[in-house]
Design a binder for this molecule. Sequence first.
Ligand code: ADP
Ligand code: MG
Length: 568
Amino acid sequence: ETTKEHLNFQAEAKQLLKLMIHSLYSNKEIFLRELISNASDATDKLRFEGLTDAALYESDSDLKIQVNYDVDTRSITVTDNGIGMSRQEVIDHIGTIAKSGTREFFESLTGDQAKDAHLIGQFGVGFYSAFIVADKVTINTRRAGLTSEHGVRWESSGEGDYSLETIHKETRGTEIILHLREGEDDLLNGMRLRNIIRKYSDHITLPILMKKEEWSDEDKKNKIIDEDETINQASALWARPKNEISVEQYHEFYKHVAHDFEPPLTYVHARVEGRQEYTQLLYIPSRAPFDLFDREHRHGIKLYVQRVFIMDDAEKLMPNYLRFVRGVIDSNSLPLNVSREILQESKDIEAIRAGSIKKVLGMIEDLAKGESDEEKDKFSTFYREFGQVLKEGVGEDFTNRDRIARLLRFVTTASESDEPGVSLEDYIGRMKEGQEKIYFITADTLRAAKSSPHLEVFRKKGIEVLLLADRVDEWLVSHLTEFDSKQLQSVAKGGLDLGNLEDEAEKEEQKKEANEYQELVERMKKTLEGKVKDVRVTLRLTESPACLVADTYDMGGNLERLLKQAGQ
Ligand code: ADP
Ligand code: MG
């Protein structure tokens, strides 16, 4: 006896679904790509768990995906023999459309359909894209390792609630049945479905099967016969020669591994020979995910050993500051039974990681060179989306510090817009005669930085100053103390010594004024005792009467503010 339970989606889910169906309809066939992508992920998970628990295979290790359609019931079914889902997993993963970042997501919607479609894609609709073409979706699933009476049926018309019941399911894995909406009958066609699968899912490494069809003279139409055929190439895309892979295929593969709806910004595909032999296919997305700054953020590299999937989310393969990179690394040298624990210590992994970092930095450098307008645009996109994360690398990756610093772009007192466009090399190329240091100012906002009285003397002398207003900038300058043997110097610190930029006359004047105002300075020191360390006469200011400076070895005012905000 089974009981049927009705549960509600979260409040935002209904709205999200409506919006999604509306904005993705013009590209409705992607539902199949999403379901096949999930089926493929589910078999990857089975392989990973199967490494330590072979019983999960239940004597069926022939992993595959089956796509069927039925004209009479007007349904399409996608079946896999992957990991399946337990009842709780169905509730957690299918019942929860809204993921972290949902609120931000809704706030970012513009009402412009094309733009919103992009945003929705970026947010990730995955499984729910089934409702673009279906008015009822049934999932029958059983988790590998559970007995057959622990099957689960989930059913919903995508209107705000769903039902759950316990069923008997012999085979492990998941079966998803789409009951098509009125007017979607064009999808009940073997040719059409085959074309969609070849277009979007050819790169899937396990076979996608459909039933063969034969022309029947009697019925004057194709008849489905009970024999399977494989529709996709079912070979690892990254293992094929580059000249046999089209840009579209690279892009579709990206969408699968990255769970993204949009094509990537750029990618690199390379085979590395030598002591470590591996293939890397690495992508930079065109947009930052919503959770880029979440601690829980997933890393995006899948690890394979000799074409066999080992694990998702292999965080050891990419440093934190390149956490936006997606793709696969396939090693020929690692053992097939490699575990997360082994990865932690492996020297081989260290070598692969170092090689991958180089490749990614090289890919960004290529964009930065900007030989075509398209590349220039791509680099600005990259920098807008990921520039802040890249800055973390200056503190995190000592070996590549200089290479990363070279890729950074800043707004300076010489910039015409608020787009970061000045590299440290540009800055050095424009340094004044006699200037030895790279000057910068940090502040909460660009506006605050620009209007700081500390800049007055620099403006007067025509010296460029970097305006640093990103949150990570304090961290950046605490690690980047030097570039091309030029020291970085805060303009808001210490008894600012402009070195050769100050002429003798100015030094004389400073001394004279210090003498002249000695009495006043003494009085001010007394009044402000305990509040300031020192009071000095300065020539830094041309318009403002006074300003606060931090001592050379003290925290800057901005850092102090940030730490206070963080409750330190
Ligand atoms: P994503 O694939 O980006 O995680 P989806 O909406 O496509 O998002 O899928 C949501 C979740 O539902 C998956 O992460 C997975 O846990 C679960 N899921 C979906 N399809 C399957 C399947 N065929 N087998 C097992 N789990 C699945
Ligand atoms: Mg998915």
